[in-house]
Design a protein around this ligand. Structure first.
Ligand code: IPM
Ligand code: MG
Length: 368
């Protein structure tokens, strides 16, 4: 049996708590003889700043490069609010994305039947929702240069961020979206602002050309990013795969997350290019470090455990194990077990560790 090398980076806030639940699930798969993992753990974000003075040590970066997959918790918190921009906790995550070349960020938003009531939207709008946001992750305004604050002659300051995309960057992310759509409901919506931004003009042009050349069998629609935000809350089920740039993807994926009932539900995969049959990958919950509830056994570990399911599917080729884990999550929710963020009338509110235990119990029950 192949051994899969995992680097676990729990990070800050609720990160270590949800990462601990993932470790339980990994241990179950090993015990059940379904897969074998070699797991290393390292620091990232504020925890790494406290220990090493930087949000990601060189040793941790090397381990990330050597791993088959990185499982990432969350970073940041008020404790590090005063740390300089270059060394802030988030810089550790951005460096991982950039240096591992993780240009494709897949953020599924699935509304579990048992949770339709927890959404801020009416049940009929979200019930059965199953969309994926494909966010470009290593380009655009996040990394474009110049990126600076300069002082002008009159004493004012001027800040610049640069939104920049090349055709190659747009093509490769659009191809990920089209390929994914072919395995789903065969529909892509591409969101940009070609009415205001040059990058939007090039984005739309490039996606249109690639579609005509290689993906004419897939449905394609262009939508302005602001309108897309509105459509996501008006009628989210009209979408299947939604492809967009780094910044719009950041915003639209938070909107999509909330449709599902809780930010604590959404997993994500960040993937690099396929080389020699493998690809670098990092899996993380879409939620942040939630310092306000950290250390209180209140966090919902489902987004993190769902991220492991994505790793089983996309990095380790363990498709059946991924299905088993996802169905264990669904069944646990259906049984009424809920963390506080998704609790409702008539449900059984539990803590982080109890939710992890319940999912492992469900895995065991399914295995018979
Ligand atoms: C996300 C987060 C990050 C981002 C932060 C933590 C840098 O909001 O993954 O969506 O802006 O990309
Ligand atoms: Mg975000």
């Amino acid at each position: 049996m192949a051994t899969h090398k995992i680097l676990l980076l729990p990070g800050d806030g609720i990160g270590p708590e949800v990462a601990a639940e993932v470790s339980k699930v990994l241990a179950w798969f090993t015990r059940a003889g379904i897969a074998q993992f070699e797991t290393e753990t390292d620091l990232v974000g504020g925890a790494a700043i406290d220990a090493h003075g930087v949000p990601l040590s060189e040793a941790a970066m090397d381990r990330a490069k050597a791993a088959d997959a990185v499982l990432f918790g969350a970073v940041g918190g008020p404790k590090w609010a005063g740390v300089g921009y270059a060394k802030r906790p988030e810089a550790g995550l951005l460096r991982l994305r950039k240096d591992l070349g993780l240009f494709a960020n897949l953020r599924p938003a699935i509304c579990y039947p048992a949770l339709a009531e927890a959404s801020a939207l009416k049940r009929e709008l979200v019930e059965g929702l199953d969309i994926v946001i494909v966010r470009e992750l290593t380009g655009g305004v996040y990394f474009g240069e110049p990126k600076e604050i300069v002082t002008l002659e009159d004493g004012q300051k001027r800040a610049v961020d640069t939104q920049v995309y090349t055709t190659g960057e747009i093509e490769r992310i659009a191809a990920v979206a089209f390929d994914l759509a072919r395995k789903r409901r065969n529909k892509v919506a591409s969101a940009e602002k070609h009415n205001v931004m040059k990058t939007g003009v090039l984005w739309k042009e490039t996606v249109t050309r690639l579609h005509a050349e290689q993906y004419a069998d897939v449905g394609l629609e262009h939508v302005l990013a602001d309108n897309c935000a509105m459509q996501l809350v008006r009628n989210p089920k009209q979408y299947d795969v939604l492809v967009t740039d780094n910044l719009f993807g950041d915003i639209l994926s938070d909107v999509a997350a909330m449709l599902t009932g809780s930010l604590g539900m959404l997993p994500s995969a960040s993937l690099g290019a396929v080389e020699n049959g493998t690809r670098r990958a990092l899996y993380e919950p879409v939620h942040g470090s939630a310092p306000d509830i950290a250390g209180q056994n209140l966090a919902n570990p489902i987004a993190m455990i769902g991220s492991l399911a994505m790793a089983l599917r996309y990095s380790f080729g363990l498709l059946e194990a991924a299905d088993q884990l996802e169905s264990a999550i669904t069944r646990t929710l259906a049984s009424g077990t809920r963390t506080r963020d998704i609790a409702g009338p008539g449900t059984n509110a539990v803590g982080t560790t109890e939710m992890g235990d319940a999912i492992v119990r469900e895995l065991q029950a399914q295995a018979g």
